[in-house]
Design a protein around this ligand. Sequence first.
Ligand SMILES: Nc1nc2c(ncn2[C@@H]2O[C@H](COP(=O)(O)OP(=O)(O)O)[C@@H](O)[C@H]2O)c(=O)[nH]1
Ligand SMILES: [Mg+2]
Length: 452
Amino acid sequence: MFEETIIAQSTVRGAAIRGMIRINGPAAIASLRGLFEPELHAEPKPYVKTGHLIFWGNSRPIPAKIFYWSEGRGYTGQQSVEIHTLGSQSILDAIMTVVVQSGNVRQARPGELTLRAFLSGRLDLTQAEAVLGVIEAPTSNALKIALQQLAGGMTQPLKQIREKLIETLAHLEAGLDFPEEDIEFISRSEMGLILGEIRKRLELLQQQITRRGYSEERPKITLLGQPNAGKSTLFNTLLQTNRAIVSPIPGTTRDYLEAELILDGLPCTLVDTAGMSAGVSESNNNIDAIDSIDETAQQLSKQISRQSDLIIYCFENEAQELANPLGLEETKTLFVRTKTDLKQSNGIGIAVSSKTGEGIDSLRTMILQHLRAILPDDVVHSTALRCRESVNGAMELLEQALEMCDSQSSFFDESILASQIRSVLEMLGLTDGSVYTDHILDEIFSRFCIGK
Ligand SMILES: Nc1nc2c(ncn2[C@@H]2O[C@H](COP(=O)(O)OP(=O)(O)O)[C@@H](O)[C@H]2O)c(=O)[nH]1
Ligand SMILES: [Mg+2]
């Protein structure tokens, strides 16, 4: 693929002050022959030239700047050119058409530039994903994380673990290659210590990736509270739609509803549950009165709340304010006093009224604050999801290797240990892309847009 020269517009399509086109590949500079003044040449060093674009259909030369990177430099490691010019879409289209018609250049596919950077070893997979993370970052925190990862936040720890494993493997294999020497190059217990050290580092990486503890992609916020507390109304108010059925009869939301809630660009899942009457069976002797469907719904609600990142517990009456009737984890619960338009009261919790909109903005802010505090801080989300399996797999294999090194274990065979370590390496290689499949590349790079 590196023999082909590709072209793409890297700025957003449409009118803008500036537009930028990238050309990448061996014919990059040659493809501009006759199109730019002063004339450009492939030189050993990168350069910037200010001049004019000249091509058919334009009576006047168009001012432009050319940035040139020789092979081995720049983003992809190949010869590349950036044309910075006026942000008129028709000018940009005309440039691309002329260059493609010159014969040696084709349109780039989505993500192809970053794919080239990966294949030529300029970036590893976690960094390629970070490129996308930077482009798409919905919040300033997400941007910070993506930039850290792009700078090697995951590359470095992974590299260190891999190097340690390769070193260990070399020792083991040296022992295997000279069995007649009868020298123990590295003892079983030493091996155990080294692998134990590697496990610690892998554990840190695992924590980075699985900080949230479960594989739910989006933070989940669940509304809980007694029937009629105003949950469904709040659900609608937060979503600004009418998705949930709101009804004045207690206990109408039998099942639960889920919807996407976007808070300051952060996509979350908001869940509306059935009313939960804590201790209903004790206060009400007529157990038969409890509707069995309701009970199922309530069971379900409790289960959902366990899987939630945040619970919004709604209550209407002051009497309930002081109590936490469902015994909810306070660190992940926001207590919300509803319907404050009906009754002014001072009490704990965030006071809101879905009717007047009072307190809704501060509730949004509190939710966001809470979620920001629990979201993983150091890994781009898609990387965390993709790498979780391979890091966990590597950990499992490493544990088995460690068991083998245990002096209590009756089973120790250096060649089996060596092959086990090789499997750990292979599994880890999937995370940074030192081992990859077309499927993994497809999955990652198909999410990019053209020109990146
Ligand atoms: N005045 C007033 N009524 C509300 C407010 N929020 C909900 N309600 C009413 O309270 C009743 C129960 O609301 P609903 O959202 O179905 O409660 P849920 O059972 O907790 O889902 C309905 O009649 C709503 O119109 C509010 O902020 N102010
Ligand atoms: Mg409801």
